[in-house]
Design a protein around this ligand. Structure first.
Ligand SMILES: Cc1ncc(COP(=O)(O)O)c(C=O)c1O
Length: 388
């Protein structure tokens, strides 16, 4: 009766260990947390007041969003050095929805999109739910993460439709370097592929010398490009459900893409009016919040690197940006066994590397969002268990 787009709903050993702990009412240090609203940040008072504007009582549907809201997003991005005109800004309910709209635009069932590996695990579901196949290309760690261009070339097949870049990537924290971006653009233009560049974490550099630059594809003239962002990460407001797609590329292709996207977006009209009318003010008021978050992730990343020095068998992989860190630990037992021991014996939850398709063991992925004191305590337990 049901479609094969929904993957088999199997539980796994880690989920079962977690469920046992939770049903016993035991507390847990959650080092997988990705929800910025639950980590003790101080949100400005009356931040959400602009959602209650009387103008929001009027519904005036527009496929790409309310014009003033698209202008407000363009103006905000201009302040961050991204030059985009409002008629190339499309508002969506989230980045996840943006992926779905773009897969509908670019792919027929069973077409391929090329995704980095390791990367964001939701790609598996986002692609599958749209009947699309995620075909991996490799990121490799050589003191920093690098895009393996040979593997990108190898992943190209007649049914490939788009290259997905996550810049900076989750969980590796790596920016796509300018030379890698240049190569990806050339490949995309030559093979008539679009580029989808997910830049949701661009406001969170961990390393001031990191080479990446956000919005670099907006002024692209050879390949068709879609740059993704949204309030979820850049304003720490995932519950407001507003993201954006910035369209770039050769004028004729952009026009054809926009005509088709207008039909797709018009079929859903999923972004609520109040958040659109408020987006300019929200982006302004959320600047101190993003600053707070940036300090938080930097503090935790620095603390983690200094803590790991006491555990010579472990290393923190170099990260340039984002909300996560990757720790390599001795492969003396499987990642799964270690993660379950951490849940059962230490009441700490971390992600195993296999969750993000790391090519080998043993890696742990931890969120840099938690309160710094709890983070350092929980990480001490993790490292002690990992080497024990
Ligand atoms: C790389 C990446 N892209 C997109 C998203 C989802 O963003 P949104 O809340 O806008 O759907 C996430 C969420 O963690 C992410 O890690």
């Amino acid at each position: 009766m049901f479609s094969a787009r929904v993957p088999p709903l199997r539980s796994n050993r880690v989920a079962r260990a977690l469920a046992r702990l939770r049903s016993a009412g035991q507390p847990l240090d959650d080092l997988t947390i990705s929800n910025p609203t639950l980590v003790g940040l101080s949100y400005p008072d009356r931040l959400l007041d602009p959602l209650a504007q009387p103008a929001a009582l009027c519904y005036d549907p527009a496929p790409f969003g309310v014009w003033a809201a698209r202008e407000a997003v363009a103006a905000h991005l201009a302040g961050r050095g991204v030059r985009v005109v409002a008629d190339r800004v499309i508002l969506t309910a989230s980045t996840s929805e943006a992926y779905s709209l773009l897969f509908k635009l670019l792919c027929d069932p069973a077409d391929l999109v090329l995704v980095p590996q390791p990367s964001y695990p939701l790609f598996e579901h986002l692609t599958r739910l749209d009947g699309v196949v995620a075909s991996p290309y490799a990121l490799e760690y050589h003191g920093r993460w690098e895009l393996n261009l040979d593997s990108l070339h190898r992943a190209i097949e007649p049914r490939a439709r788009a290259i997905l870049l996550v810049n900076p990537n989750n969980p590796t924290g790596s920016f796509v370097r300018p030379d890698e971006l240049h190569a990806a653009r050339e490949i995309a233009a030559r093979h008539e592929l679009a580029i989808i560049s997910d830049e949701v974490f661009d406001l969170y550099p961990l390393d001031a010398r990191a080479p990446g630059r956000s919005g670099a594809l907006v002024e692209e003239t050879d390949a068709l490009t879609f740059t993704l962002g949204g309030l979820s990460k850049s304003a720490a407001l995932p519950q407001l459900k507003l993201g954006w797609i910035l369209v770039g590329g050769p004028e004729t292709l952009v026009r054809r893409a926009l005509d088709r996207l207008a039909l797709i977006c018009d079929s859903y009209l999923s972004v609520a009016t109040p958040v659109q009318l408020a987006v300019g003010t929200l982006l302004e008021r959320a600047v101190p919040l993003a600053d707070q978050l940036r300090r938080r992730v930097r503090t935790n990343y620095a603390a983690l690197r200094s803590l790991v020095r006491r555990y010579p068998a472990c290393q923190v992989l170099h990260a340039e940006a984002g909300w996560y860190a990757v720790v390599q630990v001795p492969a003396i037992r499987s990642e799964e066994a270690l993660v379950i021991e951490l849940i059962e014996k230490d009441r700490v939850l971390v992600h195993p590397g296999y969750f993000f398709d790391f090519p080998r063991e043993a890696f742990l992925v931890v969120s840099l969002l938690p309160d710094p004191i709890g983070f350092a305590d929980a990480m001490t337990k993790v490292l002690t268990r990992a080497v024990g």
